[in-house]
Design a protein around this ligand. Sequence first.
Ligand SMILES: [Mn+2]
Length: 315
Amino acid sequence: MKNIKIIEVPSEISAGTRGASLGVEAIKIAALDFMSNFFVHFPSEKVETENHLLFEPVASPYAKRINGLITMYERVSKAVEETIKNNFFPVVLSGDHGTSGGTIAGLKAAKPKSRLGVIWIDAHADLHTPYTTPSGNMHGMPLAASIGENNEECLAHQLDEKSKKQWDLLKGPAKDSPRVLPEDIVFIGLRDFEKEEKHLIDKYSMKVITTSELRRKGAESVVRSSLRYLSDCTDIYVSFDVDCLDSSLSKGTGTPVSNGIKEREAEDLISKFMQNRKICCFEITEVNPTLDRENLMAEIAFNILQRSVNVLMMN
Ligand SMILES: [Mn+2]
């Protein structure tokens, strides 16, 4: 039986739309509305944020608020590392997806010799870099940082020296980078990406499972083939961005996309992943209640969270 610890990271400095920092509280409100005492059951820790930077001018246009994100990587990494070293299983609830590179850094810091696989359930590939980004929003970059990529083959902007150094800091010191091998990533529900990201997916032959493939083959088969693909990994992190869900379900996320996964499909998929002993961390991210009608996305996220944690505790 696993001891669960909730790590709250209400950061939104790497999103382009405001409101994701309220996502964690919205999930707790959903729990209260469902008369659930879920959040009383588990120890939790709230990571301090740098959201004050939202009120200040942006220094690096191609890596917005990267100074704050470096600090967030350190804090999130430390919280995740200590959670694991104290024998707890970290369940991370984050505002935007940008800090997930810090989650990955913490997983590697806790077990430096592990080979970490990543299941990225998301409409987006999050493989941009400051050299290729169309927006400068860093929630589109955590996987590129984790695989240590600049993707200068697709260079779209010249960076100033300071931004270059800051991006190198996010990728981690040479001895720790890459934290994840590009071939150890599985995308599920991916459907909205740019040619620069496609270049990396093709370059490394990353595994992509589309919504229609998930629907055709079913959760059981997709989980089995993903785990088989990651069979050389010793530990696996599951990152669930709610924008993988179909945009008709709820608009309560910063970058909704049509042709997505249904709520039930996501629940089945994630709870089946949680049965596997290699799963070492689960993250839910990008709930934005300010964009929603009522609190729908947070309620969906809470249902998935509750079912996943129930499975984790039985295994
Ligand atoms: Mn994402």
